[in-house]
Design a protein around this ligand. Sequence first.
Ligand code: G6P
Length: 602
Amino acid sequence: MCGIFGYIGKQKTAPTIVLDGLKALEYRGYDSWGVAVVPVQQSGKQTIVVKKKAGKIGNATVTELPSGTLAFGHTRWATHGGVTDINAHPHLDCTGTIAVIHNGIVENYETLKAGLIKKGHRFVSETDSEVIAHLVEEYLKRFTVSARDAAPAFSKAVQAAFNDLDGLNAIILINTQADEMVAARNGSPLVVGFGNGENFLASDPAALLPHTKQVHYLEDNEMAVVSRGGIHIFDAKTGRRIRPRKQQLTWTAKEAEKGTFPYFMLKEIFDQPGMLSEIAAESTQQAMLLAHELNTAPRIYIVGSGTSGYAARSASYLFATVAQKLTNWSSPTEMHHHIDLLPPGSIIVALSQSGETMDLMEVVKRAKNNGTKVMSLVNVVGSSLWRMADLTLPIGAGPEKGVASTKAFTAVVAQLILMAHAMKNDVKTGQRLVASAAKAAKEALKPERIDQLKRIAHELKAVEHIFVIGKGLSYSTALESALKIKEISYIHAEGVAAGELKHGPLALVTKGVPCIVYAANDMHYQSTLANAMEMKARGGYIIGVSHKPDEVFDEYIPVSDVGEATIIPNVIVAQLLAYYLTIERGFDPDMPRNLAKSVTVK
Ligand code: G6P
């Protein structure tokens, strides 16, 4: 969840380089931030200088920090210890010469801390992370014999400390003696970036784009010793040297920028028509190959969290209606009762924007251990879920930074439409539908529509509840729409299967309660309108999203009928409504409270 960025090189502005890296990563976690630098060598005893603060990084600067060529920093999403300046990372040891940044949870930190306190260590924060700095301090006392072996002693001390930690953790340490960053990972993502006379470490490859495109993703229990002259990778358990598996990042730095848009979310909403056209024009060879695997699997389970979970739910309808293939879907946290029961030859399809969601990774690991094949559709090529999979497909959304996922949803749904038609051996129809969805997305974003949604948002800004209904694929649309609205505008929104209204939710529909109705041109059209009528009869204010107007709608939002791909423009309507509701209510759509873009802890 937290953002990590580290730099070692020739430039003496390391603290500013790190701060800029953190700003690019702030969406990962943002209740506090901090930067530490090893100052350019002065005479006398040297200590690490830290600036850290609770709150958003915003327009912070680090100009008061001394110059240095080695620095690292962190944006925090609190787990252990409240959101305070002191609990922000980096944390120092007792001597002020060792600093740590950490992502994850040290499950045995209380035992470790008690042992260290007995040995005389003084703790200043309430975090589990601080334990790591003191642990390395302790090991360093054992391993350092002379100044000449400061570097090997430091990496040995970090290795020993890392192996003492229980739980899933990514750590990076620096000290004033060894001119290097030492990192180790288990669970939480870390990527090293290869520069020229300078090298980098980050929790997310997108932060490296302005500096380098050559990276190595650390695997579980791998360590990296990153110095100016090179990067060495080791097995953290055995100390054995590992050859870096260098990969080239395919995104550009510009794609990861906001440009003239006020927020990433709006930029990413507007990226969709172009992105969908590109997906429709992609080579379908890989989709055909994967379709063959799916067709021959006795059982398919599609799994994803949050927005990716609703894409998974859509896939279960798409595969059933288009390819007549029975497909289950689940969120990973609810998969534990089923996972061991999959028959041999089954396929787990993992959907994920980041490719790093911990809940999903756990399920995938367990499936693999049972011999189940794993197919990953992820946006970040090279991410953990990508590397774990037997079969892969990039979803092709480009970098997505807004916490509320938008284009990654429509991209993965477009890929699933292609896949469903490929399963029927008719990928051309899939391509035609995705190309039509690209046009429909463009229409959904035209100025007239934007003005309408701004007006609706203005009218609804003070409501407490919004209901969203649909059937079949439009039920997935309703669930995703409700999620978008609640996660950023903080209005309670509930997605309901239209047919289930009368089994409970209708009790809450009273005069003026807004109800968004997805009435797509499919087998459910008439019955959805009948459900809308039931809501209207109780005083509900009906906002119809459909290919044609109907008298039941109090407000009508036109959307083109593009067959099963209508889910795409339908969701775009909700993305815009959620965005403008959030702006009307004075919140930041890119950084909703309590949420993070990538959930890398359990
Ligand atoms: C977090 C994000 C959601 C996202 C979910 C799954 O909860 O806030 O926007 O849908 O994680 O993320 P993934 O990267 O696996 O798609």
